[in-house]
Ligand binder design. Structure first.
Ligand code: CA
Ligand code: CA
Ligand code: CA
Length: 450
C-alpha cells in the first residue's frame, strides 16, 4: 500500500523519484553553507516522528500517526513490512484532522543488548469520564516492547504497559517520549484538549481569574506536563529520587515540568549541556519554544507565550496577570515566540509551532549548535516554514527563516514533525494533508549544498 503512488506514476517519473533518493548516510562532511531538503522516503500517511536506534545499524525508524513504524535502511531503501503495526490498538482517527494516534518512539539506551523500545499512543478510552455524563476521548498509553537484536520487525504481543492517562478531548495529546542524558524516560502530555484548558476534564487550579487549569494543576491528573520516570527500576517504573515533587504527599510525582498546553515535540540537545527544548502550541495569539528545566512552570493557562492569557476571551490578552504561581515559582517565559495567525493584532506567522532539534550534524557546519524548528502552516494552507534560532544570554532567542534551496518561498506542504539521527542530522516530516489520510507523507533530510 505504501508504495502504491509509484505504481500510478509513469516510469519516467519513477526514475526521477529514484534518482532523487540517496543513501541517507552517504553525505560526507563538507563546508557547504546553503541548506536544502533531500527526500528520504515518501508514500506515508502522516509521519510524526523519526528516531535512529543507538545500535549502530544506521536505520531510521519513522513513526506514522496511523499506527505503523517504518524502517529506512542504511542503504536508503524502506522495508516493505512495518517494524511494528499498532493500527488495531489506537483509537479510530478522523481522516480530516486528528492529533491522536501513534505519536512517539524512544529506544532504550541499551537497545542494542536488551531490545527494549517504548511507544506513545492513544488507545480507545476506558469506561468512565472526566465528569459524570461526559465521555473520554482516548487513553494515553506508554508501553514497552521488545525486539530481537537487529530485527526489522517487532511483535506487538511483547507489549508491557508502563503508564496510562485518561484524556478528555481529542487534541493536545503531547506525544513525545525520549530518554534524557540521565537515563530516565521523559514523556510530554498536553492539557487534555478542547481550547483554553477549560471544559470537561479540566480542573480548577490556583488561578481563579481564568477558568480551568490542568496546565497549572499538579494534583488531579498527569495533563499539561513533561513527565520523568525511571523504567529501569520498579514495576512498571519508579520515580527518580530527585523529581521536583517527589516529597509531596499530594502532587503527581511523575511531573518534571508543568504549565504546558500541548508540548507535542520536545528534544534534548545531543551536545552542549544537553538542554531540553519543547515546542508548546499556543491557543490563538502566540506560539512558543521553551527551554525546560526541572520543576519549571511554563505558564499555561495563566500565560500564553510571554503574555497574559484570558479564558474570558482567548483573543484578548489580559492587561495583567501573575508572574509567579501559588508556590512562588516563576511562570517561565519562552525563549522563542511566534505570533499566531489568529492574533487579531495582526502580524501572525503560524498556525502551530513544531518543536525541533539542536543541529549537531556535519552536513551544515554553519548550523552547528543552532536550534532548528518549524511551523505546521502559516495560515492553514500547505505553506509550512522552517526556522533556525541562536542562543541568547537572556531573554528571547533571535531566529531567522531557514530557506532550503529547493523551497525558496515556503515548503508547499504541512510540517508534521522534525527529528534527528544519531549523527545529529535533522529530518523534516511533511504531508499535503492536515489529517492522517492519503499517502503524501514524506521525510526529508536537511543537507548542505553550495
Ligand atoms: Ca484557573
Ligand atoms: Ca497538570
Ligand atoms: Ca508557556
Amino acid at each position: 500500500m505504501k508504495l502504491s503512488l509509484k505504481n500510478l506514476l509513469p516510469l519516467s517519473m519513477v526514475l526521477i523519484i529514484a534518482a532523487c533518493k540517496k543513501d541517507h548516510n552517504n553525505n560526507p562532511p563538507n563546508n557547504n553553507t546553503t541548506p536544502d531538503l533531500q527526500q528520504v522516503t515518501d508514500g506515508l500517511i502522516s509521519p510524526v516522528a523519526l528516531v535512529e536506534p543507538p545500535d549502530g545499524s544506521k536505520r531510521l525508524f519513522i513513526v506514522d500517526q496511523a499506527g505503523k513504524i517504518w524502517i529506512v535502511q542504511s542503504d536508503g531503501t524502506r522495508s516493505a513490512t512495518p517494524f511494528i503495526d499498532l493500527s488495531s490498538k489506537i483509537v479510530a482517527l478522523n481522516p480530516g484532522y486528528d492529533e491522536r494516534g501513534l505519536l512517539g518512539l524512544a529506544f532504550h539506551p541499551d537497545f542494542k543488548t536488551n531490545g527494549k523500545f517504548y511507544l506513545f499512543y492513544t488507545a480507545p478510552p476506558r469506561a468512565g469520564g472526566p465528569q459524570p455524563g461526559a465521555s473520554w476521548s482516548s487513553l494515553t498509553r506508554i508501553s514497552q516492547f521488545t525486539a530481537a537484536g537487529g530485527a526489522n520487525t517487532a511483535d506487538p504481543a511483547t507489549e508491557k504497559v508502563i503508564l496510562e492517562a485518561d484524556h478528555p478531548q481529542s487534541n493536545h495529546n503531547g506525544g513525545t517520549i525520549a530518554f534524557g542524558p540521565d537515563g530516565f524516560l521523559y514523556i510530554s502530555i498536553g492539557d487534555g484538549g478542547n481550547a483554553d484548558d477549560i471544559g470537561p476534564g479540566h480542573v480548577t487550579d490556583w488561578y481563579g481569574t481564568n477558568a480551568g487549569g490542568n496546565g497549572q494543576d499538579l494534583y488531579a491528573n498527569l495533563l499539561g506536563n513533561i513527565l520523568r520516570i525511571d523504567v529501569n527500576s520498579g514495576s512498571p517504573y519508579s520515580i527518580p529520587a530527585d523529581n521536583p515533587f517527589v516529597a509531596s504527599s499530594t502532587a503527581q510525582k511523575e511531573i518534571y515540568a508543568y504549565g504546558f498546553r500541548n508540548p507535542y515535540r520536545f528534544s534534548f540537545d545531543m551536545g552542549g549541556s544537553h538542554q531540553l527544548f519543547a515546542g508548546d502550541a499556543g491557543q490563538s495569539l502566540y506560539e512558543e519554544i521553551d527551554l525546560v528545566t526541572k520543576g519549571g512552570n511554563y505558564g499555561w493557562n495563566v500565560r500564553e507565550g510571554a503574555h497574559c492569557f484570558s479564558t474570558d476571551n482567548d483573543k484578548q490578552e489580559r492587561t495583567s496577570c501573575p508572574t509567579t504561581d501559588s508556590a512562588g515559582k516563576p511562570l517561565i517565559d519562552p525563549i522563542i515566540e511566534l505570533v499566531n495567525a489568529a492574533n487579531p493584532k495582526g502580524g501572525g506567522v503560524a498556525v502551530t509551532i513544531v518543536g525541533g532539534n539542536v543541529y549537531r550534524g556535519t552536513q551544515l557546519p554553519s548550523y552547528q549548535g543552532r536550534y532548528i524548528f518549524g511551523i505546521f502552516s502559516q495560515d492553514g494552507k500547505t505553506n509550512a516554514k522552517l526556522y533556525v534560532a541562536d542562543a541568547a544570554n537572556s531573554g528571547m532567542w533571535p531566529y531567522t527563516e531557514l530557506k532550503p534551496k529547493s523551497f525558496p518561498t515556503d515548503l508547499g506542504m504541512y510540517v508534521k514533525s522534525i527529528g534527528q539521527d544519531q549523527s545529529g542530522e535533522i529530518y523534516v516530516m511533511t504531508s499535503m494533508q492536515q489529517g492522517p489520510s492519503g499517502a503524501t507523507g514524506k521525510v526529508y533530510k536537511l543537507i548542505g549544498t553550495k
